[in-house]
Write a protein that binds this ligand. Structure first.
Ligand SMILES: Cc1ncc(COP(=O)(O)O)c(C=O)c1O
Length: 476
């Protein structure tokens, strides 16, 4: 007996889900054009590598920032010495302005309400420490980011109760789904402390509408609970409708009773990991109107500060308005182009996606490729993708999706050439699957499966992406 803590021996970190297992399989056999052309292509990693050249160009034009100089003088000593947990004011101002710019400057934010954290991971956990006691619950719409089981529950002892969303309305949150989740938590004797949403959504790649955000605000106001909006993908919105931050909608809700109290219960999480493609820099933030939350979270940020060197570099970059506006604009165009490439490639294989306008991935409908409508069949198909097709994609079950057959495919962490190879591998796989089912259909064994493919196609709901005529033509 090793006498380790319960935290270490329990498995609420969720690290054994297929989401993380897929990454391990990729690490063992990664694709390389020359050295390993049959290796696994990583489509399970929501990284944005599409606009690195813009950042590199900025670095080349601003050598002082990276070499720790100001007006020709070294500021090495200033940065190397102890920094307190409030963060460098110029960097906090830069983050606030960047967040406002992404929100179309429709909302004005205040840097005294911002707490810096080493990414969104500690930002979400810190909020859980501030808002819950062990055993309290947060409600999360499904499907949700696989890392939340670790980030929200593992060290805090908080619980997640799913708000069950499904494909019948494009996985949108409804009043009844919220109420069901709340009563499910009560049945489990859990005290509900809030709702956590990801807007734009990972894994759906969709933004929330005014109506949904209003519904959520009314719900948390009437239940006297918190709302956390993880807006880590806010700068990736590449098509209409535009991104709407919860902070914007909050400013419009003059009808709510005790609006000041409600305002204090709404918190935003942000990071530069996706929008600027800098997950290795570890830069994130909490934005809250509640002074006590800001004060406690600032103290807790001691456990994961952003290094002063990083803050300095990024404060220079984010204060360059010409750079930020060009970056945001250009990055969105590139994301849109990639999303189109993925959708077209999948369309050529007879596969559809949920209509999306944001993110670094598509939510892909492969229900017609399942041998049965079960999560076992989903896992079986996932294994085929990883080991036979050579693609690490993420199964819906790892995002707690309530329906088997959905997968998340990332498109921004590889070159166009590799994405093209991935699409060809999928096409070959789907063709062989359909050929197998048709050639064996004569003996009756798989008749159900091939019939099901046609049947499911017909049933594809209006929520599922349909290509415009032009896209279809280009895709050929
Ligand atoms: C919704 C969501 N929140 C938080 C994170 C963690 O981000 P970070 O690298 O800033 O810790 C991710 C990463 O994929 C994410 O998708």
């Amino acid at each position: 007996m090793k006498m380790l803590s319960k935290k270490v021996t329990c498995n609420t970190h969720g690290q054994d889900s297929s989401y993380f297992l897929g990454w391990q399989e990729y690490e063992k056999n990664p694709y390389d054009e020359i050295k390993n052309p049959n290796g696994i292509i990583q489509m399970g990693l929501a990284e944005n590598q599409l606009s690195f050249d813009l950042i590199e160009e900025w670095l080349a034009k601003n050598p002082e920032a990276a070499s720790l100089k100001r007006n020709g003088e070294s500021i090495f000593r200033e940065l190397a010495l102890f920094q307190d947990y409030h963060g460098i004011p110029a960097f906090k101002d830069g983050m606030i302005q960047f967040m406002e710019e992404i929100r179309g400057n429709r909302v004005s934010l205040d840097s005294s309400k911002l707490v810096l954290t080493a990414g969104s991971t500690p930002a979400n956990e810190t909020l859980m420490f501030c808002l819950t006691d062990p055993g309290d619950a947060f409600l999360l719409p499904t499907p949700y980011y696989a890392g939340f089981d670790r980030d929200l529950k593992w060290r805090t002892g908080a619980e997640i109760v799913p708000i069950q969303c499904n494909s019948s309305n494009g996985f949108k949150i409804t009043q009844s789904a919220l109420e069901d989740a709340y009563s499910q938590a009560s049945k489990l004797n859990l005290r509900v402390k809030g709702v956590l949403i990801t807007n734009p959504s990972n894994p759906l790649g969709t933004t929330m509408s005014h109506q949904e955000l209003n519904l959520l605000l009314s719900f948390i106001a009437s239940m006297n609970i918190h709302l956390i909006s993880d807006e880590i993908y806010s700068g990736t919105v590449f098509s209409s409708p535009n991104f709407i931050s919860i902070m914007e909608v909050l400013n419009e809700r003059h009808d709510l009773m005790d609006i000041e109290e409600v305002r204090n219960r709404v918190h935003v999480v942000y990071s530069l990991s996706k929008d600027l493609g800098l997950p290795g820099f570890r830069v994130g933030a909490i934005y809250s109107n509640d002074e006590m939350v800001v004060s406690a979270a600032t103290k807790m940020s001691s456990f994961g500060l952003v290094s002063s060197q990083t803050q300095h570099l990024l404060s220079e970059m984010l204060s360059d308005k010409k750079f930020t506006s060009r970056y945001i604009f250009e990055n969105q165009i590139r994301l849109k182009h990639r999303q189109n490439m993925l959708i077209r490639g999948l369309y050529n294989s007879g596969i559809s996606c949920l209509e999306s306008n944001a993110g670094l991935f598509c939510w892909v409908d492969m229900r017609h490729l399942l041998s049965s409508n079960t999560f076992e069949a989903e896992l079986e198909l996932w294994k085929k993708f990883v080991y036979k097709v050579g693609l690490n994609i993420s199964p819906g079950s790892s995002f707690h999706c309530s329906e088997p057959g959905w997968f998340r495919l990332c498109f921004a962490n590889m070159s166009e050439k590799i994405l093209d190879i991935a699409m060809k591998r999928i096409k070959k796989f789907v063709a062989s699957t359909i050929n197998t089912t048709t050639s064996t259909a004569g003996n009756g064994k798989n008749r159900h499966h091939s019939g099901k493919i046609n049947h499911t196609r017909k049933l594809l709901t209006k929520w599922v992406f349909r290509l415009s005529f032009n896209d279809r033509e280009n895709g050929r």
